[in-house]
Every structure is written in C-alpha cells, then in structure tokens.
Design a protein around this ligand. Structure first.
Ligand code: ZN
Length: 270
C-alpha cells in the first residue's frame, strides 16, 4: 500500500442564496472603459459568479479563527497530519505535507437557471444592481464631499449553484479514517459563513448568504474504476449538529465505505 490510498469522494452540492446583495470584486476590464469603478466579478459571458477561491478562502478563514489556528495575522501552514485546516484546505504548493493532496475542492458557483431567468425578466442586461455609497464623516454624521461611489452588486435573492468535492484518503500510519472525522468541519465553516459575509462591504450589510438544498453523495473509488453507483446520504445535511448528531453523521459517512468494502470481499463473511 502506498502512503496514501484514495478511498473516494464526498460531493456536497446545493444552492447559495444571497439574503442581502453581494459584492465580490472583479477587475475593471480594458474594454469597459467608462464602466463601473467597483464592478463585480463576471464570467466571459457577463454573468456574475462566485469564484470557488473566494468561497474556499472565506470558509478557511472562519474555521481557522474558530479553531484558534491563526497566529498574529498568519494563516496555518504547518502541514501536520492532525491539522484540520492544512489537511482540508491545503498549504502552499512548496510545502511537503504528511497527508498528501489537499482534500477540498470548491468549484465556481454560477447563477441558478431560475435566478438567471428572473434577472433577465427584470430587463437586466448586467444581472446586477448599483448601490451608491457615501463615506460618512464620523464626527458630523454627514456625507463627506465628493465621496459618492457607485458599487455594483448582485441583487438580494439571487441564487447560485455550488459544488464541493472532498477527497477521502487512508493514510498508512493512521489507524482511524481521519478524513471522515474532519469532514463535518466544512459544515461548521458553512454555518459560520451564514453568520458572517461573503465578498466586500460585509460590515455594511452586503454578502449575507444562506446554504440551501444541500445534497451529499459518496463516490467510492469503484464508482470511477468499475462503474459502481454513487451513494446518497439520505438524512438532511445539517450545518448545526450537536455532538450526538455529529456522531451519527460520521457513522453514516463510515457506512458508505463499509458497504463498498463488503462488496469487495464477498468471501470474507464468516
Ligand atoms: Zn496547519
């Protein structure tokens, strides 16, 4: 057995709903001279989206603070076997880790079909709104002169499809399957995000999001190698589990693997 053996992928999908307008900054493109100073990031086709890197970075940061892994303003780069943060989210590319590849991949999240149609029906060609912000003088409470700045945002109520892939490996020196024990941390980070914000201007109301329609499936190694079916987690995926629920959830994750193992060794039943 190699140092790390691939067991399978847990795939979590669902929707991200913007409870308030969202601003994830994009670059002001050369062809858009005279356009917005503070545009949102968009695809080549002009659709706003949530970059996987933005979502992943925010989840990492919130989890890191909650687990007390931030030292000064530095993020964790230890690369140790038992470090949830490094193992789930990765370390810098040049760092040699003891646990192999980064476990979590977060895809870019694009508008749901419904949201796209709704925004189109409103006659919006940009799929966004413009908020004009003013800088307030804290002493007088009045707007500072010349402080008006237009900021582009994705309107409240907009929904995006998201998808994350979490790879599970068995590590030679680990008796337990620690990757499965770590998976609920991703749900913790999502709960933390719901009470925080995504993108810019969060302390001023933007970027409150909610995760909806969560669906979790497991694709074991043989899904890819032998066309075996994926297995779906049948209970609702709960972002706020107490310790009993967490234990039950981890057990359910283990059962995905055990079923697979049974199929592999039909002769091993005594
Ligand atoms: Zn670490």
């Amino acid at each position: 057995m190699s140092e790390y053996a691939f067991i399978g992928n847990l795939i979590l999908t669902g929707e991200i709903r913007c409870k308030t307008a969202l601003h994830i900054g994009g670059s002001k493109d050369a062809y858009e001279i005279g356009g917005m100073d503070n545009p949102v990031i968009k695809t080549m086709k002009g659709m706003p989206y949530i970059p996987g890197s933005s979502l992943k970075g925010k989840l990492r940061s919130l989890l890191e603070w909650s687990l007390g892994k931030v030292t000064g303003s530095e993020t964790c780069k230890c690369g140790e076997l038992g470090c949830e943060i490094c193992r789930i989210f990765g370390t810098s590319a040049d760092k040699k880790t003891k646990f192999g590849p980064t476990r979590l991949v977060v895809r870019d999240a694009f508008l749901t079909k419904d949201s796209r149609e709704e925004l189109e029906a409103l006659g919006s060609t940009t799929f966004t709104e413009v908020k004009t912000e003013t800088a307030i003088d804290r002493l007088t409470g009045k707007a500072k002169d010349g402080s008006l700045r237009p900021i582009e945002r994705v309107p409240e109520g907009t929904e995006f499809n998201f998808s994350m892939v979490y790879s599970v490996y068995k590590i030679k020196d680990e008796t337990e399957l620690r990757d499965l024990e770590f998976f609920p941390h991703i749900l913790d980070a999502m709960a933390l995000l719901e009470d925080s914000y995504l993108g810019g201007m969060g302390s001023r109301g933007s970027g409150q999001v909610e995760f909806e329609k969560l669906r979790l499936v497991f694709r074991g190694k043989d899904y890819y190698l032998k066309g075996e079916e994926e297995k779906q987690h049948t209970d609702q995926v709960n972002l706020r589990m107490n310790s009993g629920e967490r234990e039950k959830f981890i057990k359910a994750l283990h059962s995905f693997l055990n079923e697979g193992a049974k199929d592999e060794n039909p002769g091993s039943q005594a």
